[in-house]
Design a protein around this ligand. Structure first.
Ligand code: ADP
Ligand code: MG
Length: 352
């Protein structure tokens, strides 16, 4: 089922939680809703689920206007903190959503048993039906929460930071596993996270929320390589930022004039130039457009080397990513004076 969010706004008293949010999710897509804490992710997910109503705008699931009791059952929801009933067995937890159906829609006992077994197998916990939740690990409990959401045969699956409470290694495993489950079920899914790596790894598409608005909507690659705003640059991945002014059609940073490709802001404008660490070259010798900096740290991470620097003109921190080969050729040392050369810059007005 496709999901359409049309111009949804939501306030809590005077606080604007969502402002004019529109989103069309085609059938079968796995979308990550990514944003910092308080950006409106849970509110948007609850509105999509019909658990909360918007002040303005509407949500349609496959064309049906919501909220409506009849469309509720199409939605599987996994909450941020695992909400299993501790006094019920795993089997009963998973069966719960089926048992509370109105009588005429309630499957028979045999059908419920078969369906519970099927979804437990999907989450690779078919052996766990008789266990109690506290006999399982955190990761297993969260897979049970997923099985419970799947048991009602939802047409869309909504997950609110489902792995948030788990430790890093279990989270990493569950991401892989969620991705495979998605490929198996093809369910239209919205996955909320504040973790950009998680979003990158799991999703087909990333929608970045910031202060109740969609700030960017694109593939993981687009969001990483072509951030729409300074916020996205800083929130997703690592970034280098240079502050300066437009002088004689170039970007003046400290004493250095960096020539620009593409349209140049007006003469005298204060601007910030952003680029990713792999777009910052290091050079031992001075050349036009190169900025002096001092190496503060060198970290070798297998095939990648991470070099941290302090810019000479304003002591701001910089980071360059090199291949191990490049690092070997340069023979760098901490404390060394060197030059950094931006291969590309994305300019934004300096609003500070
Ligand atoms: P996120 O999930 O991205 O952390 P939420 O959607 O939970 O953000 O919340 C967005 C903002 O709306 C937060 O500042 C939160 O305090 C506020 N908020 C959410 N729900 C309520 C509520 N029921 N009453 C008052 N304020 C709320
Ligand atoms: Mg939340």
């Amino acid at each position: 089922m496709s999901i359409h969010v049309d111009s949804v706004s939501k306030r809590f008293n005077h606080f604007v939680a969502l402002q004019d949010v529109s989103l069309a999710i085609p059938e079968g897509q796995l979308v990550a809703l990514l944003g910092p804490s308080g950006s409106g992710k849970t509110t948007l997910l609850r509105i999509i689920a019909g658990l909360e109503s918007p002040d303005a705008g509407e949500v349609r699931i496959h064309g049906d206007a919501k909220p409506s009791i009849h469309t509720q059952r199409k939605v599987g929801f996994v909450f941020q903190h695992y909400a299993l009933f501790s006094h019920l067995s795993v089997f009963e937890n998973v069966a719960f959503g089926l048992r509370v159906r109105p009588r005429r829609e309630r499957p028979s006992k045999a059908e419920i048993a078969a369906r519970v077994q099927k979804v437990l197998a999907m989450v690779h916990l078919d052996w766990a039906g008789h266990r109690m939740p506290d006999q399982l690990s955190g990761g297993q409990r969260q897979r049970i929460a997923l099985a419970r959401a799947l048991a009602i045969e939802p047409e869309v699956l909504l997950l609110d930071e489902p792995f948030g409470a788990l430790d890093a290694q279990v989270r990493a495993e569950l991401r892989q596993w969620l991705r495979r489950l998605h490929e198996q079920t093809g369910l239209t899914s919205v996955f909320v996270t504040h973790d950009q790596e998680e979003a990158m790894e799991v999703a087909d598409r990333i929608v970045v929320l910031h202060q109740g608005r969609i700030e960017q909507d694109g593939t993981p690659q687009e969001v990483y390589e072509k951030p729409a705003t300074p916020f996205i640059y800083q929130f997703i991945g690592q970034v280098n930022r240079f502050r300066g002014r437009i002088r004689d059609g170039a970007f003046q940073v400290g004493e250095t004039s960096v020539s620009l490709a593409g349209p140049t802001p007006e003469e005298g404008a204060r601007v910030e130039g952003y680029l990713r660490p792999h777009e910052l070259d290091l050079a031992v010798d001075l050349s036009p457009g190169a900025l002096p900096a001092t190496i503060t740290r060198i970290q070798s991470l297998g095939p990648l080397a991470r070099v941290r620097l302090s810019a000479a003109h304003d002591q701001s921190d910089l980071e360059a990513h090199l291949s191990a080969d490049e690092l070997g050729q340069l023979s760098l040392a901490v404390g060394q004076r060197i030059f950094v050369k931006p291969r590309r810059l994305d300019l934004f007005p300096d609003t500070s």
